[in-house]
Write a protein that binds this ligand. Structure first.
Ligand code: SF4
Length: 305
């Protein structure tokens, strides 16, 4: 294990900004997604499972304050932490009535909360929501991050994924969010079989140019009861290898602005929900392999930026 990371690691950034360890508290609210309910598309993205990306959340039937209380009691005790980030994680958390959005956000505030992170789509954030969040940030002195699913920088791949938004939608969303002095975190799947290695360089260039603050990367995994699962089982799509993923991740990091903070290099999903995740290896082993390769080959984030 190397102590110095060859990329701008989130845990270090959190410690620098907040002076101590800060943990995310996942919150589940009763929202769906415009790409599922017909407002934008139907059926959802081909890889999206029943939980809409929220794998560690409590039931949405519990109020926001109850989820917060239970999670803080558990995580705070386990990690001896006193500061937290509320993370609205599943589905599209801005796809709701503004009055509900406002109520849920306000309910999530507590003295121990230093930041709010909201997972959403690039085409699903209203001006009203941004105005409210910007005012809240100023009034309470807390940070607010909008997490945007982009996944690929190819419009053609986005079409195959049935994302029902474009790369231009993403660029516009980042611009709107930055204008309001809020932060953005961009989600990417680095090993989509329809993308090429050269797309990693383009993705790093685009994310650097639009000045996203954070990035979350993950590998393509196959969840049960998804279109992707049907394609995979019918032999219509094959996954890239673990080595491909590592090579692509390194290529991406080397071309990325070194100031952008990496929140995640490889994702994870519960075994019970998936046919295959991370080549049946543990996520931290893949992360270690990636870091070891970067150290051995003297590669680091921003080297080719
Ligand atoms: S936009 Fe997100 S929540 Fe909606 S279908 Fe796609 S992955 Fe699922």
């Amino acid at each position: 294990m190397y102590s110095k990371k060859p990329y701008h690691i989130y845990s270090k950034w959190l410690k620098e900004v907040y002076g101590e360890k800060v943990y995310k508290i996942p919150i589940n609210i009763p929202v769906t997604c415009p790409n599922r309910d017909g407002s934008k598309g139907t059926g959802g993205c081909i890889y999206c499972g029943a939980k809409g990306g929220g794998n560690e959340t409590l039931s949405e039937s519990l109020s926001v304050s109850e989820q917060l209380k239970q999670n803080i009691a558990y995580i705070g005790k386990r990690y001896h932490s006193k500061k937290f980030i509320v993370f609205f994680q599943s589905f599209t958390n801005t796809h709701c009535e503004f009055s509900d959005f406002k109520r849920w956000i306000l309910e999530s505030l507590d003295d121990s909360i230093v930041e709010i992170a909201i997972s959403t789509r690039p085409d699903a954030i209203s001006t009203e929501q941004l105005d409210f969040l910007a005012a809240l940030k100023q009034e309470k002195g807390i940070e607010i991050t909008l997490e945007l699913g982009l996944q690929s920088i190819n419009d053609r791949t986005l079409e195959i994924l049935n994302r029902c938004h474009t790369v231009a939608d993403y660029c516009q969303a980042v611009k709107n969010i930055r204008t309001m002095n809020l932060k953005t975190c961009t989600h990417l799947i680095l090993d989509l079989p329809w993308d090429q290695e050269s797309d990693m360089i383009k993705a790093a260039g685009l994310l650097s140019a639009v000045q996203t603050d954070f990035v979350k990367c993950h590998a393509l995994y196959i969840e049960h009861d998804t279109v992707l699962c049907d394609w995979y089982q019918a032999g219509k799509v094959s996954l890239l290898t673990k080595e491909d993923y590592i090579n692509r991740a390194i290529l991406f990091l080397e071309h990325l602005n070194p100031d952008i903070v990496i929140q995640r290099l490889i994702g994870r999903a519960p075994e019970a929900d998936t046919v295959i995740t991370n080549w049946n290896s543990s996520w931290w082993k893949i992360k270690e392999m990636l870091e070891e390769k970067m150290h051995k080959e003297n590669k680091y984030q921003g080297r080719l930026y």
